[in-house]
Design a protein around this ligand. Structure first.
Ligand code: PLP
Length: 407
């Protein structure tokens, strides 16, 4: 488990600066990508180190179980495992991936409330013994195929987080269902050891943590009243973003824990399932400009990745796109666009889907075919949500590792 060792251990990899990152991308373009000009990712391992440090410093009492679905890049997962985080897996394949890194099964929470029977049997066989549920049907399946599995009851909490992605009505026991689910568990025997929730992805109002932790407390009390063995795991889910908002979220969590779970005994464990927090900022995507047109004074460009590929999230949310142009390094043009006049620009993805528009009303200097557009903070729900629509293969976009060893 994540322990104090993680804080004191000296890590050498530090994040690259923006300029170092661009230099590294340029070297990839010159050395690896020159001919095809295909899109590629750069993963900065130093950023992962610093995020794990930030987590541990701000929420030392909460063990992170990284939500694999957010970005299952193998090098990323390997670095997370090396840094001692646990993992939130939702399927047999995700569990297999994590176990193949040498991670112990007790570092995995099988956090999918409705699992295929075959996946439950697999979890039983390899010893993943912690999962979530929110229905009687799931209890029956666990009782039949994995009776030793410990359970977290996933509760539905008020949607007060202002999250970009709410979990809606699909997940979590309603307040009025909780007692009968706990009773059913009592009768069926799988052991309910705790409570889980998720405030929604990319939350902005961290008051939601207080509301959710309060609801968890009510559930702990209901279990005690029913005479269930004392529960000892609180799983506060995901929803965190990195950057200044994380400090705010962490302090909301700490205040709520202090209020609702003040003097818990030694065996009491608090875990979380952050995805976006860890995966977003370490990844940068390079795309190449494959077409250009000027219409009504607007400069329009086509790039070779888009909505069907790494940028599926743009269907829901445009706030965060940070994009740096980079000149085709093999041309004689000056390589920096810094300080040049910018124009109202539009950027399309490469597919024949009319919704495959990446940027609109975005200010860019005048660019040409074969120049590059670099998209920053592109690790969360990007490659993992893409498909190969029209034969543009998101699944084949390579990732290059950047690691700075400076102090
Ligand atoms: C997707 C998911 C997460 C991760 O959410 P983030 O908002 O990326 O932190 C955690 N837990 C569960 C159960 C999820 O479905």
């Amino acid at each position: 488990m994540v322990g104090p060792a993680m804080v004191t251990e000296k890590r050498v990899a530090t994040p690259l600066s923006r300029d170092e990152l661009i230099d590294f991308m340029q070297s990839v373009i010159l050395n690896e990508q020159q001919e095809e000009m295909d899109p590629f990712y750069v993963l900065d391992l130093g950023v992962i180190n610093s995020l794990v440090d930030t987590w541990t410093r701000n929420l030392p009492m909460v063990q992170p179980f990284y939500a694999v679905k957010c970005n299952p890049n193998p090098a990323f997962l390997k670095e997370m495992a090396a840094l001692g985080t646990g993992f939130d897996c939702a399927s047999r394949a995700e569990i297999e991936t994590i176990l193949s890194l040498g991670v112990s099964p007790d570092q995995i929470v099988f956090a999918n409330t409705c699992k295929p029977e075959s996946h439950i049997k697999y979890a039983a066989k390899i010893g993943v013994n912690l999962t979530t549920f929110d229905s009687k049907g799931e209890l029956e399946k666990i009782k039949k195929w994995h009776p030793k599995c410990a359970l977290l009851i996933r509760i539905k909490i008020p949607e007060t987080s202002g999250a970009t992605f709410q979990f809606g009505s699909k997940f979590g026991a309603l307040p009025e269902e909780i007692v009968s689910l706990l009773q059913a568990a009592q009768a069926a025997h799988p052991k309910v050891v705790g409570v889980s929730f998720h405030i929604g992805s990319r939350a902005i109002n961290f008051r939601a943590f207080e509301d959710a932790i309060a609801a968890a407390k009510t559930t702990f009390e209901a279990a005690t009243q029913l005479g269930l063995p004392k529960m000892h795991i609180l799983d506060i889910g995901g929803g965190f973003t990195s950057g200044p908002k994380f400090i705010e979220a962490a302090s909301a969590v700490k205040v709520a824990l202090q209020k609702y779970f003040p003097n818990e005994p030694a065996g009491f464990t608090i875990i979380a399932e952050p995805g976006r927090f860890f995966a977003n900022t370490p990844f940068t995507l390079a795309t190449n400009i494959i077409g250009k047109r000027v219409r009504d004074g607007i400069k329009e460009y086509w790039i070779n990745d888009g909505i069907s590929g790494s940028m599926n999230f743009l269907k829901y949310d445009h706030d965060d796109v940070i994009c740096t142009p980079l000149a085709n390094c093999s041309s004689n043009k000056t390589t920096s666009f810094k300080g040049l006049k910018t124009y109202d620009s539009k950027v399309f993805g490469p597919t024949c889907d009319p919704h495959d528009t990446v940027l609109e009303g975005y200010q860019l200097p005048e660019l040409d075919v074969n120049d590059w557009l670099i998209f920053h903070n592109m690790g969360a729900y990007t490659s993992s949500r893409g498909n190969d629509f029209n034969g543009f293969k998101t699944s084949a976009i390579p990732t290059y590792l950047a690691k700075s060893n400076k102090k």
